[in-house]
Write a new protein. Structure first.
Length: 114
């Protein structure tokens, strides 16, 4: 699985942010409090669900936005996916959309940009 793009609606300090991920190599670097752990937790929570309110884990709810969640785009076995997760019951409302390379999806022009 290769993550290609993050679209953050609202998560921790990030609001309305898009991060394109290079296909060869991506490293998140920065000073303390730059958001490296927040990005790592965003990826984790998008894949596995947001912590519940009863959990001891930080939920990273945005302070400056009412929107919570985002989109994670990834590729696996010549198929591209768009995973969307927003606030909701039991880990958040989840939607997965599939794009096949044979249907015209190309890495240089993703179908979600058409």
């Amino acid at each position: 699985m290769k993550i290609t793009k993050l679209v953050i609606y609202g998560y921790g300090k990030f609001v309305d942010q898009t991060i394109e991920i290079d296909s060869q190599f991506q490293a998140f670097v920065g000073p303390n409090e730059a958001g490296k752990t927040t990005i790592a937790r965003f990826i984790h929570d998008m894949l596995f669900g947001f912590p519940t309110r009863k959990s001891s884990l930080n939920r990273y709810e945005p302070k400056n936005s009412s929107r919570y969640g985002g989109e994670l785009f990834f590729e696996h076995n010549h198929t591209a996916y768009q995973l969307t997760r927003v606030a909701g019951k039991a880990g958040g409302d989840f939607k997965l959309k599939k794009y096949n390379f044979s249907d015209g999806f190309t890495p240089s022009r993703p179908a979600y940009l058409n």
